[in-house]
Design a protein. Structure first.
Length: 256
């Protein structure tokens, strides 16, 4: 298949990854798994494939801009309905990693429980307080730590930014085109991605089924961050919408 044909779907698949990174409780890495470009992303970062990274980066940046433009208003006006939508999104996305677990045994169940518990603690912020320093360096460390979410499905970059007190400042920087803050934040992401991609690529190659088990636990545990506070009939429609979107993205990932 010619490059221009192969890279066009890669660009469009990268847009939801960027959008996911603006949504609390949702991991860009999770969406990459759902869209079947996770290993492509890891290898591109590890091998510093500038062509693929440029295509993915441009798509993700467009997604971040689209997400930031919508999420701020929706988050302030309809937080409960947004949580229903995100809960359906996150919960259904665990299906993609679960399919790759293989045969269930005691160790996999143990990995699942531990990773679920870890994601639960992070999502709810129980005993978790991440310091990112002060001044401009907090944006660098925010990007560095936040890059974990682009590598490890189930860990939400937005949730990590919330724990560091950087979620709203970054959204404001995107909306107001504050280039200095965004550049420093992006630099932190680049350094983080290079380090974590090498590590995770090695683990994925050696222990794929165990890693997918851990990722399933992380994704399920992270859903607690967006668990709806109360029952609302209208919210169920938003839950189903989130679930359907993941199933559609999963179908697209397999077909294109």
């Amino acid at each position: 298949m010619p490059d221009k044909i192969r890279y066009i779907p890669l660009f469009f698949k990268s847009i939801p990854i960027g959008i996911a990174n603006t949504l609390p409780g949702v991991s860009g890495g999770t969406i990459a798994v759902v869209l079947s470009i996770y290993e492509t992303l890891i290898k591109a970062i590890k091998n510093i494939s500038l062509k693929k990274l440029s295509v993915i980066g441009l798509g993700a940046l467009l997604g971040v801009y689209l997400g930031a433009a919508v999420i701020s208003d929706f988050y302030s006006t309809s937080p409960l309905l947004l949580n229903y939508f995100l809960f359906g999104l996150v919960l259904t996305s665990a299906h993609s990693t679960y399919q790759k677990i293989g045969r269930i045994n005691f160790m996999k169940i143990l990995f699942l429980i531990i990773s679920f518990g870890l994601a639960l603690l992070i999502s709810l912020g129980i005993g978790v307080n991440i310091s990112a320093g002060s001044g401009l360096m907090r944006y660098f460390w925010g990007g560095f730590i936040g890059s974990i979410a682009m590598i490890i499905p189930g860990i939400s970059g937005s949730t990590l930014l919330v724990l560091m007190g950087l979620y709203h400042p970054i959204l404001a920087a995107v909306n107001n085109f504050q280039i200095l803050y965004l550049s420093i934040f992006a630099l932190g992401i680049v350094f983080g991605l290079l380090i974590f991609a090498w590590l995770f690529s090695f683990l994925l190659k050696k222990y794929q089924q165990q890693i997918m088990t851990v990722l399933t636990g992380l994704i399920l545990g992270s859903s607690a961050a967006v668990f709806p506070a109360r029952l609302q009939l209208e919210g169920l429609y938003f839950f189903l919408a989130g679930a359907v979107i993941i199933l559609i993205l999963e179908f697209i990932g397999k077909k294109f």
